[in-house]
Design a protein around this ligand. Structure first.
Ligand SMILES: CC(C)(COP(=O)(O)OP(=O)(O)OC[C@H]1O[C@@H](n2cnc3c(N)ncnc32)[C@H](O)[C@@H]1OP(=O)(O)O)[C@@H](O)C(=O)NCCC(=O)NCCS
Length: 216
């Protein structure tokens, strides 16, 4: 059978770190993604996301996740794209690291977001997957800035950012699902990046870069 990566280049991308494999979530991966999310991502009532997607009733969670994955894929253009990378650790699906950009050719800026199932949090995997996408963005896509944000109370997410060299980029007040939330923005440049000691392995970049209209 024809590999879907031959007509949908993002599916061909694979990033490999010492402990993790990151690659775009395919339809056959969605059940594992839903199981990982349903197993719990955060303390009940402590939603760390701007959209409270984890608080959907169990029977709606999978539908919403699948629709989100399909929406991101179907809306992808060189001027506005989101790569939803699944995270595998020892062959288990454990979370998601996304990387997105608008007007990338002009702004050379990516934004990121991520989650891990609770059972694997706190052992450095979140830092490893964010480092992977920062390396990919700076060294392969040619990004000059990587931005992120987290609720001001989310010390784990902000801890990942701090530890990779992100600098505070202002606090904004936002409406997160009807709740007032102070949101800490952070910003990383190649010069400030605390590069990991390991090398990132990248497969499938060329076809994706061509698809995104970037120099190869
Ligand atoms: C955010 C998340 C992806 C981070 O992944 P993680 O594997 O738990 O974090 P790590 O173990 O990689 O921690 C990385 C760094 O943060 C630091 N850190 C972790 N918890 C911290 C805390 N409570 N306070 C301060 N720093 C903390 C660690 O010390 C580490 O830095 P170091 O390497 O310099 O010691 C994960 O916790 C998660 O999925 N949380 C729920 C969803 C979420 O909040 N997503 C982000 C929304 S913005």
């Amino acid at each position: 059978m024809t590999d879907p990566a031959s007509y949908w280049p993002p599916f061909g991308l694979t990033l490999t770190t010492p402990r993790l494999v990151l690659r775009p979530i395919r339809d056959e991966d969605i059940p594992a993604a839903v199981d990982a999310a349903a197993s719990g991502i955060h303390e009940p009532g402590r939603n760390p996301f701007s959209t409270p997607w984890t608080e959907a009733p169990p029977q709606e969670l999978g539908t919403n996740m699948a629709q989100w994955y399909w929406r991101c894929r179907s809306g992808m253009t060189p001027n506005d794209w989101t790569l939803l990378l699944g995270i595998w650790h020892e062959d288990d699906f454990i979370g998601c690291q996304d990387i997105a950009a608008k007007d990338f050719a002009m702004l050379k800026t990516v934004t990121t977001g991520s989650w891990l199932r609770r059972s694997v949090q706190g052992s450095g995997l979140g830092k490893e997957m964010r480092a992977a996408v920062a390396l990919y963005a700076f060294d392969h896509l040619g990004a000059e800035v990587a931005e992120s944000e987290a609720a001001a109370w989310n010390q784990r997410s902000l801890g990942v950012s701090r530890s990779l060299g992100y600098e505070p980029n202002g606090i904004t007040r936002a409406n997160w699902a009807g709740k007032t939330q102070d949101v800490q923005k952070v910003r990383l440049t190649p010069a400030a990046f605390h590069r990991p000691a390991w090398q990132l392995q990248v497969q499938g970049h060329e076809a994706l870069a061509k698809y995104l209209g970037l120099p190869v």
